[in-house]
Design a protein around this ligand. Sequence first.
Ligand code: SF4
Length: 439
Amino acid sequence: MANSLQLCRSCTHTDLNFRENLAGLFASRRRKPVFVKCCSADEPPADSLSFGSDFDPKKFRHDLKRSENFNRRGFGLKEETLEFMNQAYTSEIIETLKENGNEHTWGYVTVKLAKAYGFCWGVEQALRIAFEARKQFHEEKIWITNEIIHNPTVNKHLEEMEVQNLPIREGKKQFDVVDKGDVVILPAFGASVEEMYVLSKKNVQIVDTTCPWVSKVWNTVEKHKKGAYTSIIHGKYSHEETVATASFARKYVIVKNMKEAIYVCDYILGGELNGSSSTKEEFLEVQLCTTMLKGETEDIGKLVQMTMMRKYGVENVNEHFISFNTICDATQKRQDAMYKLVDEKLDLMLVVGGWNSSNTSHLQEIAEDRGIPSYWVDTEKRIGPGNKIAYKLMHGELVEKENWLPEGPITIGVTSGASTPDKVVEDVLVKVFNLKREE
Ligand code: SF4
């Protein structure tokens, strides 16, 4: 889930004259800094609040974490919670695969499982803490500011336990429903500093399940914002993690992909790259949304670095550019394992994970780029009736296909996103085995 981050320090502007170039984002040290929310509209995101210039998110978070209404470790119910999670989320089929070097044959179907797949440490920890909170506060109302992770099966479990999503009206979360004494869970992607601020004023119990990899990115952003750097975040503008990360930055730009990064760099160079002469309005019309594929992140980092070299000279680049690889270990391992798996001889790939899961979309992307027929499903319900499947492509396009399973013996590559329980993968495979048995 973690975003990637580059930091730029550039020349000086006190107004938002985008025609001069993107440097309006990079405010002067000498002049009054300009705060730019570089989003797709002039309006700030729905849940944002205005803080005074003396508001210090770092100090606020530091104090909040030490308050008695804040918990980020759990409630001493680890053993029983892990037992519940084992029962709900593990899979015998996956165990069999692991015992056999991640490859096994059932009837006509040989399954090759990626070496790294499924639940990551951050997700396991977030779920454990959330389930512990439910056990601890069995009578209190429990709210969650967003889906705890992007998996429909897990989110349904929490719903059944009466952990409620904050209602949303006209794009805004309704914090009014939260009363004193309620419990509010912050999901694994974290929450924006504005949301934490609202909750801290309500005297509620806050249970923070934010993955440490995510908060590590916030710390990096916070550390450098005093140095007049602008954060370039490679991520999806509307993704919870990106919103939270941006809320800790004084100045930031969010880029979805290389195309948008080129657009930004072109602005920095005043149109040298593409010869563009975009106006402020045109710039703001660019949809700044998501994606975080490791290779693309590295390429964007290199592009921004080269842009700063061109603008300030090679000898000065270190004063104007710092890059951090904040792609988390789990995401990286799953992508690396996928690159290895698609090198093998496969008839098709099954990518299992929530349809709004960013890290899962990248696993699908790797298979699509390799030209392997690849089917991204979130639950086994997407398969059938008969030899039919509804699946998503890497950019979220929904596709239906008849006769997707070839006849005779087949070899299937399988992987799953960091928020996908093994049990969901098992359910998908059982459906495939049954279809092949009926041939
Ligand atoms: S994918 Fe990475 S950032 Fe997201 S929860 Fe897992 S370890 Fe944390």
